[in-house]
Design a protein around this ligand. Sequence first.
Ligand code: HEC
Length: 165
Amino acid sequence: MKKSVLTAAFAAALALGIGGSIAQETAPAGDPLLDTVNARKALMSQIDMELGEMEAQIAEGTFDPLIAYERGAGIAAMMRAFQLLFPAETNYLAEDEEPEVATSADPKIWAEFERFSELATTAAQQADEASFAEDLAALTPAVTALRASCESCHADFLDYRPPTF
Ligand code: HEC
């Protein structure tokens, strides 16, 4: 009897040991789900900064085609990557009133993922449009339309509105 308990414990320890070494080889450092939430938030913050730079050009009446091109193309690439960072396991607000992970991603994202993804793709296309602008007259409507897309998605898919930028 005692022997079989010990054997079971040994087998469990062995299994854990093997499991541990497999996990070490395949899992990235840190918590991949937390990293995913942080990555999508970091993309949003960077997008916000780059859109702000284009809006500053419009406000100041200056135009630098290289800035418009780089910021527009950067936002477009980030918007396309952003929508890939919503695995179902990161729907932290679905049940939890006070989730351990800081996120404002509304559970509606997962219920209406197609619409969410279309909004992100539209924003990416508007950013492409801004990147092609050859003067302020072309940049202004593209940037205005892009800003409206930010606000429209946040109105529908954030559990609270982020501060107005
Ligand atoms: C398709 C929907 C969608 C679009 C379009 C969108 N956002 Fe967001 N945004 C989100 C979601 C969802 C979050 C919350 C992410 C989280 O907390 O997990 C967010 C969060 C943010 C945040 C807070 C990031 C943080 O550190 O918590 C900022 C800033 C932001 N967005 C700016 C923008 C700007 C600027 C644009 C337009 C260029 C934009 N967003 C377009 C959905 C969108």
